[in-house]
Design a protein around this ligand. Sequence first.
Ligand code: HEM
Length: 201
Amino acid sequence: MAEMIRKSSVAEVINHWILAGSCMLLMLSGFAFLFHLEPVGSVFGGFESMKNVHNWLGVVFCISLLISMVHYLKDAFEYDADDVQWFKVAGGYLSHKVKVPPMGKYNPGQKLYYLAIVGAGIAIALSGFGIWLMKDNSTVMLLSHLVHNIAFLIFVLAVPVHIYLGTLANPGTFQIMVNGMMPLADARKKHPKWIKAIGRM
Ligand code: HEM
């Protein structure tokens, strides 16, 4: 059996499922509101109860997003010369001929993805609470709907790319989402600076 190493803690794995689950259900019900998708509405017991589920899932998503900040926010703001070089070669995704620089625990694409989720997450949450709780204020309602829709668009663009990169595009990565583990040999190749830093090179 290949020797494994823990990339995500149990707390990170559990919180990722809560973040991903609430986000996907929010996106599904959000789509159903936007395009008045009756079949989706009926799965939630009608549009009125879907609205309640959507609002409270928003609360769950917010709490999970705050917890994720404890896990990833510091890392997501730290970039070194190799990270800059990673951008220059587009992470090696566009050509096999370029040399991809050595990476730490997360590559800069993942860090930027996280910051996009935090930015769009804060915007969608604040505007969501505006729509939910400030129905009497027409300016807040108008602005909140605008911000809610723009932030939704960011999720619609970013999340499918993240899911593709975490599954089909990088076989084996999905296991990190399941139990937080990855093969040590893969980690040495993909994240040499992280492995060196924890003394497992
Ligand atoms: C259900 C579909 C999803 C799958 C299959 C998936 C898969 C993964 C995997 C495999 C990782 C570990 C990557 C690594 O450590 O190298 C990861 C990390 C992460 N995921 Fe997801 N994910 C999904 C949905 C989401 C959603 C909806 C969000 C946010 C709203 C999200 C946010 C994150 C964050 C913040 C990380 C950690 C840092 C990063 O990789 O940017 N994920 N995901």
